[in-house]
Design a protein around this ligand. Structure first.
Ligand SMILES: CC(C)(COP(=O)(O)OP(=O)(O)OC[C@H]1O[C@@H](n2cnc3c(N)ncnc32)[C@H](O)[C@@H]1OP(=O)(O)O)[C@@H](O)C(=O)NCCC(=O)NCCS
Length: 178
């Protein structure tokens, strides 16, 4: 898929009635490669109830191509009860449940989904955007670094078999050119 094909895909907010099993299946498919490398992300095996809970607890966006859901991302928090101290702080949001259909990866759709979340944060006066990912996911960590994130902490979630790195981006600085 080239970048023009990616532009034919619509990104819109999640809405009640969107198929949860379809989103779960997309997540399992997208995260299968990470699971095969031994990084057991929750999204690689979560059930539909978990997908729904994670979608509606935050602001979720879907990428849709000809009525098929081909990408997803959710923006969360801040949560006063969050395990990671950064995620408890006012003005901090983090994103997750982030995936693009493997058949469509590498053509700019993931970046568009991410940019939707960053734009949403800037409009809503979020000062810091954060994320967590497996500390061994070197390529992903490099991708986020390239997008302006810095490693700020580590956390061990109960639901994963790996230690995570927490990364954060200061949104008070002007947006860098695409
Ligand atoms: C991460 C993911 C959503 C990116 O989607 P995508 O459509 O392939 O991303 P894009 O084509 O927009 O590429 C975005 C950029 O990251 C790079 N990139 C994409 N996927 C990458 C990966 N897995 N590792 C390293 N770099 C990656 C691209 O070269 C591109 O670079 P640029 O910003 O300089 O242009 C997708 O690879 C995916 O679903 N992965 C499995 C699930 C996952 O790992 N989610 C994140 C967990 S923290």
């Amino acid at each position: 898929m080239n970048n023009n094909a990616s532009k034919e895909i619509i990104i819109r907010p999640y809405q009640p009635g969107d198929s949860i099993p379809e989103i779960t299946a997309l997540l399992h498919k997208a995260y299968a490669g990470m699971a095969a490398q031994g990084m057991r992300y929750l999204a690689s095996h979560q059930d539909d109830q978990t997908t729904l809970e994670r979608l509606i607890i935050g602001a979720s966006f879907l990428a849709v191509k000809e009525n098929a859901i081909v990408g997803t991302i959710t923006l969360y928090g801040p949560y006063p009860e969050a395990e990671a101290s950064l995620y408890r702080q006012e003005g901090v949001s983090h994103f997750g449940q982030y995936a693009v259909d493997p058949d469509l990866q590498g053509a700019g759709l993931g970046k568009r989904l991410y940019q939707t979340v960053e734009d949403h944060c800037r409009k809503n006066n979020i000062k810091t955007l954060a994320l967590d990912t497996c500390q061994d996911a070197a390529d992903l960590i490099e991708m986020y670094r390239h997008w302006g994130f810095k490693q700020v902490d580590h956390v061990q979630w109960d639901c994963t078999n790996y230690r995570s790195v927490i990364m954060a981006k200061d949104l008070t600085a002007p947006p860098s050119p695409p």
